[in-house]
Design a binder for this molecule. Structure first.
Ligand SMILES: Nc1ncnc2c1ncn2[C@@H]1O[C@H](COP(=O)(O)OP(=O)(O)OP(=O)(O)O)[C@@H](O)[C@H]1O
Length: 251
């Protein structure tokens, strides 16, 4: 197994603030976040409900604009980009995996996987496609429609779709939230392999210590701030860290 990280950042946030609403109703969802997501690593983001995990992911992925602060993705400062340039960046440099798979029901698995490239009118790199399909164990499922696939297989198709365009970074929002534990283990194992074998950089939001155990590093958020991190986590160490944060007065 090769690890292709060189320790540099693939995405960076500096003093990131996101305020929703105004006046007394304003919610400070991010309250000065500094993070460096390391190239070629699987990073998990954990924290209680409402701590700002999704907001942070959306700001890092260019899906939402911060109120202040800077976001750099793959060397590009994105906070100042026009909508058009931002859309272009999301299409070409960023991959997404959602909890609900978001596959097109009328297309086969293969057509779903290559859809982002087809939309962007970019050629399919056959060798890379084959590698992704094999890494995700989808070889014998390519002609199936989503309804003919299990939840775990559908999420693996969604992972392949995110990986096939060779994005700089993949954002996965609760990727195993709808899966049973064995399908979760499958999908997380493949996400980790995409990092270790394809050199992909992946960030995932999760509530589950077992899922976080697949990461190289876990970041803990509370009240819109990064309050801790763990390298080379196991589920047990994640549980201990969460308990420690609670004892320290965090929710
Ligand atoms: N569009 C919005 N308008 C107003 N407030 C919002 C909006 N989106 C998020 N918030 C608020 O910002 C805070 C952070 O929300 P966020 O969804 O980022 O948290 P989270 O950690 O992802 O939560 P969960 O684990 O429940 O998904 C919460 O208080 C939430 O209510």
């Amino acid at each position: 197994m090769t690890t292709q990280t060189d320790g540099t950042a693939i995405a960076t946030a500096r003093d990131l603030v996101k305020v929703y609403g105004q006046g007394p109703m304003a919610v400070r969802a991010l309250d000065g976040v500094d993070v460096d997501l390391v190239r070629g690593e699987l990073t998990a983001i954990m924290g209680p409900s409402g701590s700002g995990k999704s907001t942070l992911m959306h700001c890092l992925a260019g899906l939402d604009r911060p109120t202040s602060g800077a976001v750099v993705v793959d060397g590009q400062e994105i906070s100042a980009l026009s909508e058009r340039r931002l859309t272009q960046l999301r299409r070409t440099r960023v991959g997404f995996v959602f909890q609900a798979y978001n596959l097109i029901p009328t297309l086969t698995a293969l057509e779903n996987i290559t859809l982002p490239l087809d939309i962007a009118r970019r050629p399919v790199d056959r060798a890379h496609l084959e590698h992704v399909v094999d890494t995700l164990g989808l070889r014998d499922r390519l002609t199936h429609k989503p309804a003919e696939l299990s939840g775990g297989q559908q999420q693996r198709v969604a992972c392949a779709r995110a990986l096939v365009a060779r994005p700089a970074i993949v954002f996965a929002d609760e990727p195993t939230g709808n899966l049973d534990s064995s399908s979760s283990a499958e999908v997380l194992g493949f996400l980790r392999r995409s990092v270790d074998e394809l050199g992909q950089s992946v960030v995932m939001v999760t509530h589950d210590p077992t899922s976080a155990g697949y990461a190289h590093r876990v970041l803990f958020l509370a009240d819109g701030r990064v309050v801790g991190e763990l390298r080379d986590p196991t589920a047990e160490r994640v549980l201990d860290a969460l308990a420690g944060l609670r004892t320290a007065g965090r929710p």
